[in-house]
Each structure stands twice: as C-alpha cells, then as structure tokens.
Design a protein around this ligand. Structure first.
Ligand SMILES: [Zn+2]
Ligand SMILES: [Zn+2]
Length: 135
C-alpha cells in the first residue's frame, strides 16, 4: 500500500498516511488563507483511519463551528483539517507538509469564489530560479 510521511517544520509532529488520497485540492477560502498566512493551501483528503500521528501531538484550533485545524504548537505549521459535520470520517492533510510534496499532485482548485483576485493569474508572473537580478 502507498505510504507517505510528513511533519511540521520543527519536527515535533510527524505523521504517516496510507493508501491513495481521495482528492488533492488547492483551497482558496479565507479561513485557510488566514490560518496559514498564505494565498492558498493544498489539502489531500483521506479516510480518518488512514492518517496516523507518529510523533508529538498537534494543537487544535476551532476555526469555525465544526472546523478543526491541527497544527504544531511549537513551530505553527498547519497539518490537518477535519469537520465532523461536512466531512464526517475524513481528514485533510496539508499537502505541502509531506516529506515528498511532489508525490501526490494537486487535482483541483476549490473555493475560488473567495480567491485573491491576482491569484487567478499568479502562474503568469515572471519567475526566477532563485531571486530577481539586482537592479
Ligand atoms: Zn513543529
Ligand atoms: Zn479552505
């Protein structure tokens, strides 16, 4: 069975996921954006039983009535999202926290109704392998 490992930036929380993800969505909602402090957040969805925390214990933030965001209390990295009402039995793993984030490619953009306007064309911006040359 396919297995992926990942964890937070400082290493205090580590996890393991087993099996194929149900989807991999790039979420543009304002809750994800504000909690992550990032323009969008990638989520791979799994049945709850497929995800196991192997080190540490994430803290829980109640980001909405039923939304629960788990993150590392030491370094702040967002790790998991669950919602017993809208996603019973499921858990979303913040896909950029995989040890190999290329392993499970993103499939869709969701919640684009709340997307930052300039994000629609972000892929058209000039790119630099490191930084722009100094003027
Ligand atoms: Zn950490
Ligand atoms: Zn979201």
């Amino acid at each position: 069975m396919v297995k992926h490992t990942g964890g937070c930036h400082c290493g205090a929380v580590r996890y393991e996921v087993e099996g194929e993800s149900l989807t991999h969505a790039l979420c543009h909602c304002s809750d994800c954006r504000r909690h992550a402090g990032a323009p969008m957040v990638g989520w791979t969805m799994y049945p709850q039983a497929s995800v196991r925390v192997t080190r540490g214990e994430p803290a829980v933030y109640e980001s909405s009535e039923h939304g629960r965001r788990r993150f590392c209390r030491d370094c702040g990295t967002g790790l998991f999202y669950s919602n017993a009402q809208t996603l019973p039995g499921l858990i979303d793993v913040q896909s950029a926290t995989y040890d190999d984030p290329d392993a499970v490619p993103a499939k869709v953009h969701i919640q684009t109704a709340e997307r930052i306007a300039w994000m629609e064309h972000a892929h058209e911006l000039p790119t630099f392998e490191r930084y722009p040359p100094k003027a």
